[in-house]
Design a protein around this ligand. Sequence first.
Ligand code: KG4
Ligand code: ZN
Length: 335
Amino acid sequence: MIVLGIETSCDDTAAAVVRDGREILSSVVRSQDAVHAEFGGVVPELASRNHVANVLPVVREALERADLDLDGLEGVAATQGPGLIGSLLVGLEFAKALARARSLPLAAVHHLDGHLSAAQLGPELVLPHPHVGLVVSGGHSSLFEVHRPGVYSLLGATRDDAAGEAFDKAAKMLGLGYPGGRQIAELAGNGDPGAVRFPRALPAPDTLDYSFSGLKTAFRRQLEERGRPADGSAALQDLAASFQEAVVDALLTKALLALEQTGHRALVLAGGVAANQRLRQAARDRLWDAGCEVILPPVELCTDNAAMIAVAGERKLVSGEWAGADAEASARVPL
Ligand code: KG4
Ligand code: ZN
């Protein structure tokens, strides 16, 4: 089945064409980073307006790159939620109109179902089920038990900030641009992760919930007490590396605990923070030591994209879970 996916849950406008939930024929992501950078975060009103301007050209580009016209499509999938409501509405309503006009089946996809389905587009031919899925993005840090494709139970989630949010806030405190995760990671590349000892932010030893607000406070205090290290200094790199290490350590400690508690042997990493190279390497090392497998989607499929939405959507369409014209975008919707 050839499915067009559309993703507009936050600030990126994305469209992709995927065949049989495995083969990416095209994937286009139009970033709005430049629009929001001067505000140090996403401005919802601007995000919606830019989605309106971008959605048609981005869909056209995805079709062109897939060398298809609308007749070649067999289904449409769009993100239903969670996310910014004004942003979600643009992609979902566009998909509804297209599906209606072309008499195509429509799938309304949960954004996290999309992220967790991205692993299906990696080199692994068959994902092991059940497994533990860790979604780490700007809005979520959640552990799921993935019983079979598309069937999830929540094991734990952040009680305050998401991991990506923590990266973005630390970057903002350092006066780096938005989004900050990648910039902290770049600075951290040459730094000493043991230079500053930050708290590991684990509320209680046996819970699978996360908390990153203590780390954020410790980071701010460090800057207040020691001052912001100069650009280009080793101290700045050490600070970034130490912060990154605290996030990575907290994420993996709970992920390993989830594997232990469930008895599952495989972990799928997903979401924008899963693009972080230190997290990917530490996950490989620590899961290897624990005798477990780690599945890492390609970096470009970790951050928001529409290929992952097409994959989750195709699964729904094949199983007959079609959305109607009454499908509504929802800012908060449980998986
Ligand atoms: O999944 P995503 O693209 O959008 C949401 O659904 O939120 O995730 C975006 C988040 C941002 O907080 C961004 O700073 C973070 O992912 N991120 C990273 C890296 N690349 C993106 N964080 C750490 N290291 C990276 N390399
Ligand atoms: Zn996302």
